[in-house]
Design a protein around this ligand. Structure first.
Ligand SMILES: *[C@@H]1O[C@H](CO)[C@@H](O)[C@H](O)[C@H]1NC(C)=O
Ligand SMILES: [Zn+2]
Ligand SMILES: [Zn+2]
Length: 438
């Protein structure tokens, strides 16, 4: 017994302080490590290669292959395929704690309008949301962590997921077991309106829950000059849209932010023909599950009820199978403290900003619904031009100087999380007394 006790004390004195000191030093160096020319050039190369070959959700075959090739080169083991193109890599001891860092891989169905050397080579597809940079930065973090793996007290899980843009790839990753035994997860998104070297986020709700709807409003077509022989779906759809706008203005708590937008209106093809039907579609957003489900129910009721006023029938679809509802993205309060500490040490406290919630949505919310999660924005502003092109713009660009910041943030958040979440079993006996001596 005395033996065991002695070893226990020696452990406390030598092993734990020693490890924490060495890791804290390395952690501070992750940004300078990430800024090494060789590492930056490699990340920039990876980003440009993915940018030239954008692939849509669940079709990220070449992107996934590129990731696996780079992981192979680094000697990092991984699981594949997960959710069709997804890759999950593992760095460290293979033992608990497990902390995940995540990147999304998919591009958008839109034509790039930026004329540059590495413009999209796939017509009608573009990395306009910066997911090419997300992949490059997560690979950069993998390299940093693998180079420092001897100091890792646990396991970092690299999550490369498909189909963030409406496809709910995160949900499929979870269903396939990507989060098994993972204790916490971090994710980031590029922000073209924040300077390079800055990050921003908040504790609690950060991004809204989001869903899509489509409605077909059916009447009876006929000659535009003889309306009494027709049932006009154009007028019915117009009234439906106006009534939908009353949901937020008259039924929602003004302090509980919500959005209903009808973004699609299709019907008719001639100036003198009343069409048989009109299709409308849009999105709705809210910051709580209750508000969200209430909105969904009322959207359906209002479309059917208001169409009936003009003698039309309506059917409403919410695409729960192909476009799953995104939950609210809620940041853990404990992880917010962790984020502020890590970001402050890496970037300087003045470069760590608080922000207001946004009505945008992220499928990262599927992860943070299951385990503690933290999502933040990384500054990628392009310095030269005054005006900011937002994500999803065909003119979207990003500042590649931001890549080492994202890689260092990922790596530091993960490494320090492991350090600060060591299993407490060893310390449980006589902890108070020994703690005083230390
Ligand atoms: C609406 O549905 C009812 C019941 O199926 C049908 O009798 C009616 O003709 C439909 N009206 C229109 C305008 O399609
Ligand atoms: Zn996007
Ligand atoms: Zn995005």
């Amino acid at each position: 017994m005395a033996w065991v006790y002695l070893i226990f004390i020696l452990n406390l004195f030598f092993q734990i302080p020693h490890l924490s000191n060495s890791l804290e030093r390395k952690d501070e160096n992750f940004l300078s490590y990430a800024k090494k020319e060789e590492l930056v050039e490699w990340m920039v190369g990876v980003r440009r290669k993915i940018h030239e070959n954008p692939e849509l959700g669940y079709e990220e075959f070449e992107t996934s292959k590129l990731i696996r090739t780079e992981l192979d080169k680094m000697g990092i083991s991984y699981k594949h395929p997960i959710a069709i193109t997804g890759v999950v890599g593992y760095i460290g001891s293979g033992n608990p704690p497990f902390v995940a860092i995540r990147a999304d891989m998919d591009a958008l169905p839109m034509q790039e309008s930026v004329e540059w050397e590495h413009k999209s080579k796939n017509p009608g597809k573009m990395h306009a949301c910066g997911h090419d940079a997300h992949v490059a930065m997560l690979l950069g973090a993998a390299k940093i962590l693998q180079d420092h793996r001897d100091g890792l007290q646990g396991t970092v899980v690299l999550v490369f997921q498909p189909a963030e843009e409406g496809g709910g790839g995160a949900k499929k990753m979870i269903d396939a077991g990507a989060l098994e035994s993972v204790d916490a997860i971090f994710g980031l998104h590029v922000s073209p309106s924040m300077p390079v070297g800055t990050v921003a986020s908040r504790p609690g709700p950060l991004l809204a829950a989001s869903g899509f709807f489509e409605a077909v409003i059916s009447g009876k077509g006929g000659h535009a000059a003889i309306p009494q022989h027709s049932i006009d779906p154009i007028l019915a759809a117009s009234n439906v849209i106006v009534s939908l706008q009353h949901l937020v203005s008259r039924e929602a708590d003004p302090l509980d932010s919500q959005v209903v937008t009808v973004a699609k209106f299709q019907g008719g093809g001639a100036f003198n023909v009343i069409p048989d039907s009109v299709t409308i579609a849009g999105t709705f957003r809210a910051f709580s599950k209750d508000s969200f489900m209430q909105l969904k129910q009322r959207i359906e009721e209002v479309i059917i009820g208001q169409a009936a006023v003009q003698r039309c029938n309506a059917t409403v679809h919410f695409f729960a199978d192909t476009k799953p509802f995104f939950p609210v993205t809620v940041n853990s309060k404990d992880l917010h403290e962790h984020f502020r500490n890590v970001a402050g040490d890496n970037l300087g406290v003045s470069n760590v900003k608080d922000m207001q919630p946004l009505m945008g949505s992220e499928d990262f919310s599927f992860y943070s619904e299951v385990i503690p999660g933290y999502f933040f924005f990384l500054g990628t502003q392009v310095e030269s031009d005054g005006k900011v092109e937002s994500v999803h713009s065909p003119y979207f660009t990003l500042n590649e100087n931001a890549l080492p910041y994202g890689a260092a943030m990922h790596a530091s958040l993960a490494a320090r999380y492991l350090l600060e979440h060591q299993p407490q079993v060893q310390l449980s006996q006589g902890q108070g007394k020994l703690h005083d001596e230390l």
